[in-house]
Design a protein around this ligand. Structure first.
Ligand SMILES: Nc1ncnc2c1ncn2[C@@H]1O[C@H](COP(=O)(O)OP(=O)(O)O)[C@@H](O)[C@H]1O
Ligand SMILES: N[C@@H](CCC(=O)OP(=O)(O)O)C(=O)O
Length: 368
């Protein structure tokens, strides 16, 4: 592992490191991470920090209750965000900047590019971007829901060379090490498959959200973009010295030898479908290199309300997810031509209006 090859690194820090005992933020475990960031920057590596901890930091400002409803949790996040930012800011002698995102921002291509531009502008001016989910405004539909996956989307948008996810364990084990004495650490993961996903469980720390499952999901997103991905123990200061020596202190997920193209990666891992088009089970999923990728007579059903330019899911009647694609038609228009009995009219209409989906905006999903 050659750090000198890294130009840009995203570091994700979980709540348990920032507000370990729910009594506000503590820099106790952050000092070694801050020093690591300083050393990376001194070596010419740009750093983006994805930091959890706003809810955990804000919770002590509210009366103790077992019933933390979503509105209270968002209030905690709003109150704790400033404390979390201040805790990081005072550890550095360079400026920091707050970026709050929802999935609604990241799945909108225009906003995704805008986020990327702002991040690069901050980095090129020596400012440390500190990114968190915008818990205050997010909703079930708009949220990413965990900062592990958020950090992977940020790493992809920033064209990072490495993503380092700091956790409260040394890395990914073959089973939960906190409940299995015979759990074995996996130092390297070359392929993320169902066997790997089966190892990961949910969050167990009092303040954590993601658990190992979301970290594996994040690793899948990042490695498919060609990003070296690590799960390391953020509680151990030795972790960061080991990384600076070019060694792997935890679990290293190897990046794809042939990363996905940027737009296909965004479509696959960041965009979320706003609707779906159902086709026959015998639909040819090889997608011709040229010509029509989908004709209206192949459409069995159009579900959801989507506009031109939205991402849609293409799936078979039996549920097999074929691809995600940018739709050139609204759901209304697509339903209209798919329902036409007069196929000649429908074909003529499609010939005049243009392809339903374009080859360059298709991300093929699971192997059929
Ligand atoms: N296979 C596994 N390997 C490592 N940790 C696991 C595994 N399965 C479940 N876990 C749990 O996931 C936790 C880490 O995720 P989480 O609780 O979200 O903390 P954080 O976000 O601070 O990293 C570990 O403390 C561990 O209890
Ligand atoms: N946006 C939330 C982060 C939730 C989250 O992913 O927490 P964690 O699992 O501790 O990284 C917060 O700041 O509390």
């Amino acid at each position: 592992m050659d750090l000198s090859q890294w130009k840009r690194v995203v570091i994700k820090v979980g709540s348990a490191l920032i507000a370990p005992n729910r009594k506000g933020c503590s820099s106790h475990y952050l000092l070694s991470i801050a020093q690591f960031i300083v050393r990376l920057r001194a070596n010419g590596v740009q750093v983006v920090l994805v930091s959890s901890g706003s809810v955990a930091a804000g919770s002590h400002l509210f009366p103790e209750t077992d019933k933390v409803d979503i509105a209270l949790k968002k209030a905690m996040a709003a109150a704790g965000q400033t404390e979390m930012m201040a805790t990081w800011d005072r550890l550095f002698d360079f400026p920091t900047a707050q970026i709050l995102l929802t999935h609604g921002d990241l799945r909108d291509r225009e906003r995704y590019v805008s986020i990327r531009e702002t991040t690069f502008s901050l980095l090129n001016n020596g400012v440390l971007p500190i990114i968190n989910e915008n818990d205050t405004v997010t909703t079930d539909d708009l949220k990413v829901g965990d900062n592990d996956n958020l950090s992977a989307m940020v790493a992809a948008s920033a064209d990072a060379d490495a993503l380092i996810i700091c956790s409260d364990v040394d890395g990914l084990y073959d089973k939960n090490p906190n409940t299995h004495d015979d759990a074995v650490l996996l130092p390297e993961v070359t392929t993320i498959d169902s066997r790997i996903f089966a190892m990961g469980g949910g969050a167990t720390s009092a303040v954590g959200t993601g658990g190992m499952k979301t970290k594996i999901e994040a690793a899948e997103k990042a490695t498919s973009h060609g990003i070296d991905t690590f799960i390391v123990n953020g509680f151990k200061a030795t972790t960061f010295n080991t990384l600076l020596e070019g060694e792997n202190p935890g679990t290293h997920f190897r990046p794809y030898a042939k990363p996905m193209q940027e737009d296909v990666h965004w479509m696959t891992h960041t965009a979320s479908e706003q609707g779906e088009v159902v086709v026959d089970n015998d639909f040819d999923t090889t997608f011709a290199v040229e010509g029509e990728q989908l004709t209206s007579d192949e459409i069995v059903e159009v579900n959801g309300n989507f506009s031109v330019g939205d991402t849609i899911l293409l799936r078979k009647d039996d549920g097999t997810r074929i691809a995600k694609a940018r739709s050139n038609y609204s759901s209304c228009l697509l339903s209209f031509i798919a329902d036409q009995d007069d196929r000649e009219f429908a074909d003529e209409f499609q010939n005049r209006t243009g392809p339903i989906i374009s080859k360059k905006n298709i991300a093929v999903l699971e192997k059929q």
